[in-house]
Write a protein that binds this ligand. Sequence first.
Ligand code: AZA
Length: 260
Amino acid sequence: MATDSIKNTIYIKAKEHPVNPPELYASHLGQHFIDKYAHISAAHIKVVVHRWTRMTVDGAPHPHSFYRDGEEKRVVELTATREGIDIKSGISGLTVLKSTGSAFHGFVRDEYTSLAETWDRILSTDVDSSWSWKRFPSVAAVQEGVERFDAAWEAARQITMKTFANDESASVQNTMYKMCEQILEAVPETEVIGYSLPNKHYFEIGMCSSKNVSHKCQALTAVSPDLSWHKGLQNTGKDAEVYAPQSGPNGLIKCEVSRK
Ligand code: AZA
C-alpha cells in the first residue's frame, strides 16, 4: 500500500470512529487493513496520546483552552491479523524523582566493581511501562467492555506512582517487580507487564571526597568537585543539600513479568 493511502486511511478512520480510548481506534484502523486487502496479513498500529489538560481560569474550568502538562504519553501498540487483535498499552516519559527511601547494596562485589553501596539515595527515572492484553478475537470484543482500557491506564499509572513513592526501594529491579505484580492483580485481562527504567543519577557535590571514594567517583570529580575548598563547606551524607544530575552512561533496567 502507498504510505499516502495509509495516511488518508488514518484520517478517515479518525473521523468515522471515536479516537478514545486509543485501543479502540487502533483496533478499527488495524482491522480495516485486514478486511479490505487480501494480500495484507498483519497491520501494525502505534498510537501516541499527548497530554492536554483543561486550563483553570479565575478558578473555573475554561471551555476551550488546554495546556501540555508534561511529556508523559499514553501509548498503544497493536497488531491486527486474521487470528485476532493483540494490544499492548502503555505509558512512556513519566519522569519521577524521590529524594529518599531508596537504597542499593548487597550486589556482587569483585574486581569489576567500583560502585559504593548506599542505604539512602535520590531515585529518579523516566517511566516506560506496558501491559499486554489477552488476544481479542474481533473489534466487537475490543468494543465490549471498552471502559477496561481507561481503567487499566488509570490503575497502572496510580500503581506506578504509589509504589514509587511509598516503597522503601531495595533496588530499581525490586521496585519495578512490585509494580508489575500489582498491575497483573489489578487488571485480570493482562498477560505480561513490562517496565523499562533508566537510572537517572543525582550525586552529592562532594561525594568524591568522602571515605567511599570509588574509581567512578574520581572520574566524575570534574563534574562534582568537593565544596570544602570554599570556606570548609560540607555537602556530604547528612549535610548533602546540593546535588548534580549526571549524564550518561547510566543503567537501563528492564523487566517483564507474566502470569506463567
Ligand atoms: N540497580 C539499582 O537500583 N541501582 C544501581 C544499579 C542497579 O542495577 N546499578 N547501579 N546502580
